[in-house]
Design a protein around this ligand. Structure first.
Ligand code: ZN
Length: 221
């Protein structure tokens, strides 16, 4: 299901939401907490735009497929096409927004898929698997290597990260991605999760904040 996504001030975004290109293990401490090695180049996977839902007052999680983990991430909205080897300036110019997002993961399902060397879609691309807050403008942050992302659940801070700790910083990551997949206006880059991932259960209240300012509250149905 797609929806009209928008900026935090209510301004609509005039292109349809495309794919969500995600990076796994982009923070060393998160790779370590799941006993994963740090990859030598970015570990990429794609969530279809159709699995994205807006971060409203509440959102649903699957209740019949084992543990659902939250992964709070900085989402970057692409506003212009990028392909081949875009320059730093071209990437910067193509960034149209930032938002906090939850990359929901069926962790038990993913563990089985990983064990068998199978692709991750069943654990990562189910309906509702990407919960996306409204965007702030693309020029909100002068320094993309200093954007805070914080997730609080039931009043307790669970994830408190900063883009300064990314193994692949935002611009270099997008340059790398565009070298493999063409990016279109409306695509989103999900830049990986800091340490502190864990299970979500029905009734949890969440607060997710980007840049130490824009903060959104929600609840798991
Ligand atoms: Zn993730």
């Amino acid at each position: 299901m797609s929806y009209q996504h928008h900026y935090i001030d209510g301004t609509p975004i005039h292109f349809p939401l495309g794919k969500v290109v995600c990076v796994g293990r982009n923070y060393a401490e998160h790779a370590a907490e799941l006993n994963n090695p740090i990859p030598s180049e970015p570990l990429l996977f794609i969530k279809p735009g159709s699995c994205t839902v807006p971060l409203n007052d509440s959102f649903a999680i699957p209740l019949d497929r084992g543990v659902v983990h939250y992964e709070a991430e900085i989402a970057v909205l692409i506003g212009k096409p990028l392909s081949k080897k875009p320059s730093i300036e071209e990437v910067r110019d193509a960034i149209s927004g930032f938002a906090p997002a939850l990359d929901l993961t069926l962790r038990d399902v993913q563990a089985k898929l990983k064990e068998k060397g199978l692709p991750w879609e069943l654990s990562k691309s189910f309906d509702g698997a990407y919960v996306l807050a409204p965007f702030v403008a693309g020029d909100t942050y002068a320094d993309l290597t200093d954007i805070a992302i914080r997730l609080t659940i039931n009043g307790e801070v669970r994830q408190d990260g900063n883009s300064s700790a990314m193994l692949n910083p935002i611009i270099a990551l997008i340059q790398h991605i565009a070298g493999h997949f063409s990016l279109q206006a409306g695509d989103v880059i999900s830049t990986g999760t800091p340490a502190g991932v864990g299970p979500l259960v029905s009734g949890d209240s969440l607060e997710i904040a980007l840049g130490g300012q824009e903060s959104f509250a929600s609840r798991v149905l």
